[in-house]
Design a protein around this ligand. Structure first.
Ligand code: FE2
Length: 216
């Protein structure tokens, strides 16, 4: 771990953004270990059928709206790498997840009940030259049949639609989630499950977690 800056340092360096801004990657550290391929996971039925106009990496606010999203603010950041361990810069990372009421940004999920118009529901980031990306979103919540998760789609030179899902450490429903349970190897499974830790530097009740993605 020599040469890496601490998580607290990372967060202090990146804590200064404001609502609606594009979040800076400055200060994120790269990992030195050689990774295994991140397990692929299904795309699922709720990739947005109509992408929102606001597609930045801050999902807590939507351009043109003054309200903030319901839910616990959570920064998700990490590094995209190839199987050789080299960071992949210029790669597009997309995420999508349901809002605090369990609704996706998708016509088939709209109208089923209350939804949060202030939650962007979908976001994009392009990795920097160290392969680093960052999102500000909410802590994912469960919906019927699924443990909390965030969907990821990675595209770039030589990478074609690498799809996976990120899970949250300590969620009791992880043990009985059908898609997570498709990954039986303990190390592979662990690579999809991220501890979210309190990060007051980012705001009251804020959390953060690191999800590195190895594509091949
Ligand atoms: Fe989902």
């Amino acid at each position: 771990m020599s040469g890496l800056v601490t998580r607290r340092h990372i967060l202090r360096r990146t804590a200064g953004f404001t609502a609606g801004s594009v979040i800076s990657f400055t200060g994120l550290s790269a990992s030195a270990t050689t990774p295994n391929l991140t397990p692929r996971q299904p795309l699922g039925p709720f990739y947005p059928d109509k992408l929102p106009l606001d597609r930045d990496n801050d999902l807590l606010s939507v351009n043109g709206r003054t309200g903030r999203a319901f839910g616990q603010p959570t920064d998700i950041y990490g590094q995209v790498r190839g199987l050789d361990g080299k960071p992949l810069g210029g790669v597009t990372v997309e995420i999508w997840q349901c809002d605090a009421f369990g609704r996706y940004l998708h016509s088939r999920d709209a109208g089923r009940g209350r939804s949060d118009k202030n939650f962007q529901g979908y976001g994009r980031a392009v990795s920097d030259n160290e392969g680093l990306y960052r999102f500000r979103t909410i802590k994912p919540v469960a919906y019927p049949g699924r443990t909390p998760h965030i969907h990821f789609l990675v595209n770039g030179d030589g990478i074609q639609r690498f799809v996976t899902q990120m899970y949250v450490e300590g969620e009791p429903q992880n043990l009985r989630d059908g898609l997570l349970n498709q990954v039986s190897d303990p190390e592979q499974r662990k690579s999809l499950i991220v501890p979210l830790t309190p990060s007051p530097e980012l705001g009251e009740s804020a959390l953060s977690g690191r999800f590195d993605i190895t594509v091949g």
